[in-house]
Design a protein around this ligand. Structure first.
Ligand SMILES: [Zn+2]
Length: 100
């Protein structure tokens, strides 16, 4: 068996994504629902609003690849989102809501 990381595309409900994502930067994360800062990668839910993290989106995937592999082994219920996709859709929906 030769395991490699390959991006897989899924059709997801962005409202669900927006409410259950841990956005992870260089050293800490942000809850997508309440924007709480300093969320740790090993937290299954937000310490402030309690939302369960179904998705994790890393700003820099290459830098965090070992962490992704570890989390995937430990947590089979979590999905990894491409950060560019996530931010692009978020921006498009925001622009659409502003323009009406
Ligand atoms: Zn939160």
């Amino acid at each position: 068996m030769t395991k490699q990381m390959i991006r897989v595309y899924q059709h997801l409900d962005f409202e669900d994504v927006k409410a259950h994502t841990l956005e992870y930067g260089a050293l800490s994360g942000i809850c997508s629902k309440c924007k709480s800062l300093d969320v740790k990668l090993d937290m299954f839910s937000c310490p402030k609003c309690g939302t369960h993290f179904k998705y994790i989106s890393f700003q820099n995937v290459r830098e965090h690849l070992p962490k992704i592999l570890r989390i995937q082994e430990e947590r089979h219920d979590v999905h990894f989102l491409d950060y560019q996709d996530y931010k692009r859709i978020e921006g498009e929906l925001r622009a659409r809501s502003i323009l009406g």
